[in-house]
Design a protein around this ligand. Structure first.
Ligand code: PLP
Length: 379
């Protein structure tokens, strides 16, 4: 089955009870048993729910894996991955990580005796310098947020295999429409399904997909034992979102390219961060591992003025000033005052998050309206 068919049919079957074409929302916590232990595959909805199962099969299908697991949020999914580890274990991760993942690693799991290395991965070979006998996991995010850095997944996977450590990839920004980490040698692919998979900014959810049965069993044990599962209504919404992922992503990519090219030519814009430009430092790797360049980009304005950047995002009318990304509607954010406000200026500026940096999640509206809106707000 090809991707554009998998989004609609992957792992899906019609409801056995009445032939419903869409999976029913099994809004139930528990299931009747004919005799103790005599159930039809479900006994309690933390352990399993048919609507969630339908979604988990869809996750597995679109990411070319064998097993999918749905969680209450993207961070709950990452939390489950780190719970595979023990005190003394080490993780090598990127220095341009999603802020929430960084907070989870440093403020929660570090206190449980797990050691994290946050390193530059623009050259994936650098990973090898941080691997020792305690290393158990390499955690990669590509493209990164908000600087749109690209990490070579295949190169990271080679290093992971050589040293027998797991490779996990946060594929939230690219989605399986653009990039399939499991095919490139990753062991775990993770999503904040809140973003493009859900696609409509109406649900918070996380996903993991793996190929290996043993790893799937361990993660399922953690999912059930720790209990950060998503509800049936949310499962239904994300399943519905996935059905249009390919058409939405196609438009996100087209609009993202048009907006990136418009901004690059605008006299008030200093720099545009978008992996589709040949001038992007890892454009070749992006071209190798992604099928297109997505709808996420960041840019800075000349003079790098904090107040001016805030005024610009306030002046936007079609773009909404908001956290998050990946919905059908266009969103703009100002990392220095929003997502990265808690990071000291000297630290955030080192990774490129300067005062005038603005991040855009380019939606699927008419691109002329998006460009007009940016033009008036920059003016
Ligand atoms: C949003 C996001 C997360 C966290 O997901 P939640 O659903 O908000 O918990 C993790 N990684 C990336 C890249 C994200 O954008």
């Amino acid at each position: 089955m090809k991707f554009n068919t998998k989004t609609i049919h992957g792992g899906q079957e019609h409801d056995k009870a009445y032939g419903a074409v869409m999976p029913p929302i099994y809004q139930t916590s528990t299931y009747a048993q004919s005799t103790p232990g005599g159930h039809q595959g479900y006994e309690y909805s933390r352990s399993g729910n048919p609507t969630r199962t339908a979604l988990e099969k869809a996750f597995a299908s679109i990411e070319n894996g064998n097993y999918g697991l749905a969680f209450a949020s993207g961070l709950a999914a990452i939390d489950a991955v780190i719970k595979l580890l023990k005190p003394g274990d080490e993780v090598v991760s990127t220095n341009d990580l999603y802020g929430g993942s960084f907070r989870l690693f440093t403020k929660i799991f570090q206190d449980f005796g797990i050691k994290f290395h946050f390193i530059g991965m623009a050259d994936a070979n650098n990973i090898e310098n941080y691997i020792n006998e305690n290393t158990k996991l390499i955690w990669v995010e590509t493209p990164t947020n908000p600087m749109m850095n690209i990490i070579d997944i295949e190169a990271a996977a080679k290093i992971a295999k050589k040293h027998q450590v797991m490779l996990g990839v946060d594929n939230t920004f690219a989605t399986p429409y653009l990039q399939n980490p499991l095919d490139l040698g990753a062991d775990i692919v993770m999503h904040s399904a809140t973003k493009y998979l859900g696609g409509h900014s109406d649900v918070v959810m996380g996903a993991l997909v793996v190929k290996d049965k043993d790893l799937a069993d361990k993660l399922y044990f953690i999912q059930n034992a720790s209990g950060a599962v998503c509800g049936p209504q949310d499962s239904f919404l994300v399943l519905r979102g996935i059905k249009t992922l390919h058409v939405r992503m196609q438009r996100h990519c087209e609009n993202g390219k048009a907006v990136a090219e418009f901004l690059a030519k605008h006299p008030k814009v200093e720099k545009v961060y978008w992996p589709g430009f040949e001038s992007h430092p890892n454009h070749d790797i992006a071209k190798k591992q992604m099928r297109d360049f997505g709808g996420m980009l960041s840019f800075t304005t000349k003079g790098n003025d904090y107040e001016q950047a805030i005024k610009m995002v306030e002046n936007l009318k079609v773009f909404t000033l908001a956290e998050s990304l990946g919905g059908v509607e266009s969103l703009a954010g100002h990392p220095a005052s929003m997502t990265h406000a808690s990071i000291p200026r000297e630290v955030r500026e080192k990774t490129g998050v300067v005062d005038s940096l603005i991040r855009l999640s380019v939606g699927i509206e008419d691109v002329d309206d998006l460009i007009d809106d940016l033009n008036q707000a920059l003016g």
